[in-house]
Design a protein around this ligand. Sequence first.
Ligand SMILES: [Zn+2]
Length: 233
Amino acid sequence: MASFNPSTALNSKDLSGSSGEIHVFIGPMFAGKTTSLLRRIKSESNNGRNVAMIKSSKDTRYAINSVVTHDGVKFPCWALPDLTSFRQKIGEDAYQKLDVIGIDEAQFFEDLYDFCCKAADVDGKTVILAGLDGDYLRKRFGSVLDIIPLADTVTKLTARCEMCGKKAFFTFRKTAAIETEVIGGADVYMPLCRQHYMNGKAVAETPKNVIESTKVHHQTTQSSCLEAATLAL
Ligand SMILES: [Zn+2]
């Protein structure tokens, strides 16, 4: 009678060659996620490993075929609508030779989980990805959080609060748009610390007439608007 031998089953994986890795950079906008990703990809490339970089074709803010950081550093990349098409786009030979795959703005890829599983677990690739963990409402954004149980390492980066200069953990949207995906830079978003995020949120949620009437009685500082918002509830 055949019996399951766990040690044979576990060791048989070693025959398939090098095993993959998954490393994740998360954090708000302006936290240096793309910069950290590019630094890792360049260092892998300098060490003689074959690298490729992918970004979403939704994000055309800076350049179509380059990943560009907010401070202007560039790296050539594949701009794709999904990750599944990458293997076919790059070609089977080129895919086989790849050691490291970088993914920027990973929150835009709906097939992120399946792609990372296959690339790291089956194909032995090192996948390094950067993406937003939360949206402007601090709710999960896309499937970046689903990758955390798959990952070797997770690094949460912080930005600088635009109001006070302390560590910023959250992305605040300055405009009134309510869709989850509004692609923009400093014109639309700013990084804020917890206190200023809460203040800003209270101002945004306060009905216009409350803010207007508050102006008569108070200086329109953020704290007075917060007070008005609390009173309005
Ligand atoms: Zn602050």
